[in-house]
Design a protein around this ligand. Structure first.
Ligand code: SF4
Length: 463
């Protein structure tokens, strides 16, 4: 895995006297979805309080911070800056005071028409203080002529396009809504008498809750002391769950869109071994997300599995770099080759994806320096040829290795003895998904929604 980054994670709870603490724990379980900032808004007696910061969940919150957020309902967010810069102002949830009182909103995904909506709102006098898509949702709620908060939210979310899982907290209600295409996951759970919504099932299980069901694409749930009310206020669309969540984004112990992630990843490796065998002495994975597929490859091929790359989990944001230049130091900070496993061996390396190719190139070089005599790369997803417009931070198309080069040139660029990717059909087979239910646009170019773009001369352009 190269420079592809997760999007965001959301967590909300209603009906638990320690709502902020449960949310803190839930966000910790979703940390893999965003590591640049975290925030929680909690409600007590109709009053919303917030605490947010840059960094990991445990860096942002300590015991006094959690105590400063009393109440029986809370929403929280971990983020990467897919839209908007990495500043404290962009850390969610956003808590605002408007004519109807307080409202907190957080969101996972990317609005493909955020620029157009922002232009339209600014033309009517709206002032934006942040560069995040979520602020667009807040302004649309405020500008709606509907009478109730629920109807305002329906009105606002009916106008946004793209990928969104939105949590909103106001008055005595927590509202959870998922876009009609269902790009990003959102699940409903129970913990005692409390209701939980979270980006992934692993977060519900981490707080010792039980998963009830997926929030359906296009569904809006209203959670309050009366329980859960489900609405279907948005026009139905074809389901387009992100297939790359299965490959890389989701935690392996999660159940995603009704499918368990870990066995899917093992099957990806098994299919790779069947379709793209290699004469080798050892199979290794690029940790962490490449490991289950490497196990599957080893199991299917009969080649022993070894821990040939070690990941350091202790790299903070302020690591001091060596003064003398060390080749590939950036990658070495995270991954170290294990000489005793790879030296003198023909090595199969299983990774989940190749983005720009620079990380894979460095991994091959490190393994050769550690004594590997052959390096065969096996990738548990198809060649990535296009960017994601639905909540994943991908580089421009021109920077994607598989857009620049065909397979022989990719192999030469990486200096590997062989390179093979799963095809999109093989990936679908491994995750037991039909093409008609998934988004695979960054691999196939079949974009379900084209981003709406602003014209350069003040004209608005819709593609
Ligand atoms: S474009 Fe790729 S990463 Fe983005 S939603 Fe579709 S499959 Fe997922």
């Amino acid at each position: 895995m190269g420079s592809l980054r997760h999007e965001c994670g959301v967590f909300g709870v209603v009906g638990d006297a320690d709502a902020a603490r449960i949310t803190y724990l839930g966000l910790h379980a979703l940390q893999h979805r965003g590591q640049e900032g975290a925030g929680i808004v909690a409600r007590q007696g109709g009053v919303l309080r917030e605490l947010k910061g840059l960094g990991l969940v445990h860096e942002v919150f300590d015991e006094p911070a959690i105590r400063s957020l009393p109440g029986d309902a809370a929403i929280g967010h971990v983020r990467y800056s897919t839209a908007g810069g990495n500043t404290l102002a962009n850390v969610q949830p956003f808590l605002v005071q408007w004519r109807e009182g307080q409202l907190a909103v957080c969101h996972n995904g990317t609005l493909t028409n955020a620029g157009l909506l922002r232009d339209e709102l600014e033309a009517k006098g709206a002032i934006f203080g942040r560069s995040s898509d979520t602020e667009v949702i807040l302004h649309l709620v405020a500008a709606s002529d509907q009478k109730t908060l629920i109807n305002r939210l329906v009105d606002a979310l009916g106008r946004v396009e793209g990928a969104w899982c939105v949590l909103a907290l106001a008055g005595d209600k927590l509202v959870a809504a998922r876009d009609p295409w269902g790009f990003r996951p959102l699940v409903l759970g129970r913990r005692g008498d409390a209701w939980i919504v979270a980006s992934e099932s692993c977060a519900i299980e981490f707080v010792q809750g039980t998963v009830v069901r997926e929030v359906e694409p296009g569904e809006m749930l209203i959670l309050d002391e009366d329980g859960v009310t489900a609405l279907r206020p948005f026009p139905r669309k074809p389901r387009r769950a992100c297939i790359f969540e299965h490959v890389y984004f989701a935690r392996p112990d999660t159940t995603l869109f009704g499918r368990e992630v870990y066995p899917s990843r093992v099957r990806m490796g098994q299919v790779l071994a069947r379709e793209y065998p290699a004469r080798a002495d050892v199979v290794i994975g690029v940790p962490d997300s490449g490991t289950p597929a490497a196990l599957g490859y080893a199991e299917e091929s009969g080649i022993p599995y070894g821990i040939g790359l070690l990941r350091s989990h202790y790299v903070g944001r302020t690591f001091i770099e060596p003064t003398q230049r060390i080749r590939d130091f950036g990658v070495r900070l995270k991954l170290q080759p294990n000489k005793s496993v790879v030296s003198g061996k023909r090595v199969v390396v299983v990774d989940d994806s190749i983005v720009r190719g620079t990380t894979s190139q460095k991994i091959v070089r490190m393994l050769r320096q550690a004594g590997a005599v052959e390096v065969h790369l096996r990738i548990s997803s198809p060649p990535m040829t296009g960017p994601c417009h639905y909540g994943i931070d991908t580089p421009d198309r021109e920077d994607l290795l598989a857009h620049r080069f065909d397979l022989p040139r990719i192999r030469a660029f990486l200096d590997a003895d062989s390179v093979a990717y799963l095809s999109i059909e093989q990936l679908r087979e491994a995750v037991h998904e039909e093409g008609s239910r998934t988004c695979d646009a960054c691999f196939t170019g079949n974009y379900p929604i084209q981003p709406a773009q602003r014209g350069g001369d003040g004209q608005l352009t819709l593609f």
